[in-house]
Design a binder for this molecule. Structure first.
Ligand code: FAD
Length: 422
């Protein structure tokens, strides 16, 4: 099946609509929420919730069959579910990467249910995102000492056979949207966090399982919200779990530990195969914002990019801009390939990590270069260029750092396992 380079109509429509959202709802608030860290952008959340309900659904999660309704019509196969989500995320991150993280919906939490849950669990846990109130979910895998190597997690889940409940104890850090997913806010629906824990520490990766912990469950505490370099409007929570009890069917997938099988860990990896290209898309959105701003400022100063001239006839600035445009386009094509593979149910671990590596690099380099070329204008808080530079770096860190995703790529190409190449 060939990759189609002409964007389908729903994608073009999405880009058009979300450009207005980015320009009208997000950009004017970017600086305010950067300077008022942890304040919740309620009007944006409520607007986006209503807008998503009125259009294609109530969250950016793909439909179970990978198709989405646009214009009231059902998409014909082949599915473009993930490609459409990537486009939406790129467009929203172009508006503001931090505010994109405040978009109601299941985010990584729902992605984990999608990747590791049974059909009944998907039905049970994902329906809430269509409710009347905006609702959030988050995923907690990272712990102190267990980030890149998340098989080293120490959070423990033990089955209490008398009550048929799992009892979870541990500490999680850097949970995106953890507060909005777990704490009770009058304006929000009841969310959940997906907690990765081991049910058998001696089994290593085979013992890892994900548990849905409903908002408000006793024993869970939001310990703090991190103060960050960028995406400061996005809440990033540290969470402690002390004797947290969840029903046995809140374990996603199978509780049976098969020795040396990595089935539990595979649930985490399947989540990342779906979400890494989407993080890549978000990095591209920020980079595009910076690059377009640079071109605007150059044009205001009489510098037009003369496309089509031989390279040696171009000015240095023109060459720099064109090189950045090439970087951006090639990164986007990798996102399209990885999401196209996901849409067509092809294994995409290699392409997902490649797209994440490429985009993390491109977003970091372009936003930094834009600040550099703009000089004082780039460094000043009068404009958003310096903020985009701070925001962009996270796309090279979360959901596998650039280094870790390079390792994944190398393992996939060379045929090594995680223990053979680390
Ligand atoms: C704002 C923010 C939001 C986040 N959101 C979430 C979330 O929602 N849920 C969640 O579970 N986690 C989340 N994280 C955690 C994030 O995924 C981890 O920080 C990331 O995976 C890195 O893990 P670490 O922090 O343990 O760093 P470390 O693993 O200690 O890495 C430190 C450095 O060492 C490098 N390194 C590590 N191992 C190797 C290796 N084998 N080879 C080469 N280099 C290596 C890394 O690339 C990195 O540069 C978030 C983090 C941040 C900052």
């Amino acid at each position: 099946m060939p990759i189609e380079f002409e964007a389908p109509k729903p994608i073009l429509q999405t880009q058009f609509i979300l450009k207005t959202v980015a320009d009208e709802m997000m950009r004017p608030r970017s600086r305010y929420f950067d300077e008022h860290e942890h304040e919740i952008p309620w009007d944006y959340i409520e607007f986006m919730h209503l807008a998503m309900k009125a259009s294609s659904g109530s969250s950016l999660a793909p439909r179970e069959n990978g198709t989405r309704k646009m214009d009231g019509e059902k998409e014909k196969h082949p599915s473009i579910g993930y490609q459409l989500i990537a486009t939406q995320i790129e467009s929203l991150a172009y508006g503001d990467l931090g505010m994109y993280h405040c978009l109601p919906g299941g985010a990584l939490g729902a992605a984990a249910v999608h990747a590791a849950g049974t059909p009944e669990q998907k039905e049970k846990f994902l329906a809430r995102f269509k409710d009347d109130k905006p609702t959030f979910a988050a995923m907690c895998i990272t712990e102190a000492g267990a980030g890149s190597d998340n098989s080293a997690i120490r959070t423990r889940a033990v089955l209490d056979e008398k009550t048929n409940e799992w009892v979870i104890n541990g500490e999680k850090i850097f949970v995106t949207g953890g507060d909005k997913s777990f704490s009770e806010y009058e304006k929000l629906g009841k969310g959940f966090i997906v907690v990765w824990a081991t049910i058998d520490p001696s089994a290593g990766r085979a013992g890892m399982r994900a548990f849905v912990v409903e908002g408000g469950t006793p024993g869970v505490k939001i310990v703090r919200l991190e103060h960050k370099l960028g995406i400061r409007v996005s809440d990033t929570a540290a969470i402690s779990l002390v004797d947290v009890r969840v029903p046995s069917d809140h374990l996603l997938g199978s509780p049976v530990v098969v020795e040396r099988s990595t089935s539990g860990f595979k649930g985490a990896m399947a989540t990342f195969d779906a979400t890494r290209p989407l993080v890549a898309a978000s990095g591209i959105g920020v980079a595009r914002a910076a690059l377009e701003f640079l071109k605007e400022k150059l044009a205001e100063n009489g510098v037009q990019i003369r496309y089509g001239l031989p390279r040696q006839k171009l000015s240095n600035i023109e060459r720099e801009v064109i090189d950045m445009e090439i970087m951006l386009k090639s990164a986007w094509l990798m996102v399209i390939k990885a999401t196209w593979m996901a849409d067509n149910k092809k294994p995409n671990a290699l392409e997902a990590s490649m797209s994440k590596v490429k985009s993390g690099d491109v977003a970091t380099k372009i936003t930094q270069k834009v600040v550099e070329i703009l000089g004082p204008l780039g460094y000043s808080r009068e404009f958003l260029a310096e903020k985009w530079m701070r925001d962009a770096k996270i796309t090279d860190i979360y959901e596998g750092t650039g280094q870790i995703n390079r390792l994944v790529v190398a393992r996939q190409i060379l045929g090594y396992s995680g223990s053979e190449l680390r």
